[in-house]
Design a protein around this ligand. Structure first.
Ligand code: CP
Ligand code: NVA
Length: 308
């Protein structure tokens, strides 16, 4: 059966753990190689990844491109605005055609229903490169970063600050799969998806919703935030005002554990959701996190091709 990666749950906890191990092993194995040189075993030699972007991207685009090269394959980028998809060709027909021309498809889009439709009609693996609902690839890189920084996942106390968005939904999904806890500090009216929370709780994670940043962060092992205004959302002064008390700054970080790690998927809006002192400070792991997008994508691709 074709393996699609629309959510972390498509792989499940055991496969996710195996993917994280694979990502870390391959990262170490090739650490001195030039970035464009394939891994010695080139496990996806000859495979073509088609990437379709309906939204902007730096990290997802570059990391998938470099990831598939390192696995021995190649990538091509379709900016949806310059494709027939952007002129009204159906998602179903696009899926059928790309399945004949490429070995896997990555889509970054708005409405999550669109990627589900693409996966329904595709006969090759479809990977979620971000939708308005979720960003599972990001969270694989985040979990890898935490492991590398000595944080075992079960029982970990993770604090999320700011908007209840797509990245938070995938973080919460991961909590249920990997058995860590999330304290969500989000202002009233900006909550994340209730379905992901219910599912994570059913999986054994403790997910707390709090309305003040201090209680979210107190005693946390990990502090995570993201932009207050995601792609496709209107710039709203009211939202920025509601988010202001949730800024991750030195005073807030002082409430977390002394060895707490700070994560941000990037791009950051310095001076809004995070201060320079935190993102550039000693507890920030954001550049490792960004680099790990490459290593995580390789594991996701290998899983999609049945190699993990
Ligand atoms: N974090 C992330 O997905 O970054 P890009 O939007 O640059 O791909
Ligand atoms: N929540 C952000 C993540 C960007 C990688 C967005 O959707 O714009």
């Amino acid at each position: 059966m074709t393996r699609h990666f629309l959510a972390l749950g498509d792989a499940g906890g055991d496969a996710l753990a195996a993917m994280l191990g694979d990502a870390m092993d391959r990262k170490v194995a090739r650490q001195d190689l030039p970035k464009g040189l394939p891994d010695a075993d080139a496990p996806l030699a000859g495979r073509v990844l088609a990437m379709v972007f309906e939204k902007s991207s730096t990290r997802t685009r570059v990391s998938f491109d470099v990831a598939i090269r390192q696995l021995g394959g190649s990538a091509l980028v379709l900016e949806a605005g310059n494709t027939q998809l952007g002129r009204g060709e159906t998602v179903a027909d696009t899926a059928r055609v790309l399945s004949r021309m490429a070995d896997a498809i990555m889509l970054r889009t708005d409405d999550h229903a669109k990627i589900e439709e693409l996966a329904h009609y595709a006969t090759v693996p479809v990977i979620n490169g971000l939708t308005d609902l979720s960003h599972p690839c990001q969270i694989v890189a985040d979990l890898q970063t935490l492991l590398e920084h000595g944080k075992a996942l079960p029982g970990l106390e993770v604090a999320w600050l700011g908007d209840g968005n797509n990245v938070l939904n995938s973080l919460v999904e991961a909590a249920g799969l990997m058995k860590f806890n999330v304290r969500i500090g989000v202002p009233e009216g900006y909550d994340s998806d209730a379905g992901f929370i219910a599912q994570a709780r059913a999986g054994g994670a403790r997910i707390d919703l709090v309305r003040d940043a201090q209680s979210a962060v107190r005693g946390a092992d990990v502090v995570v935030t993201d932009t207050w205004i995601s792609m496709g959302q209107a710039h709203a002064e009211a939202k920025l005002a509601a988010m202001a008390p949730f800024q991750v700054n030195d005073a807030l970080m002082a409430l977390a554990k002394p060895d707490a790690v700070f994560l941000h998927c990037l791009p950051a809006h310095r001076g809004e959701e995070v201060t320079d002192t935190v993102i550039d400070g000693p507890r920030s792991a954001v550049w490792d996190e960004a680099e790990n997008r490459i290593h995580a994508q390789k594991a996701i691709l290998r899983w999609a091709f049945g190699q993990i």
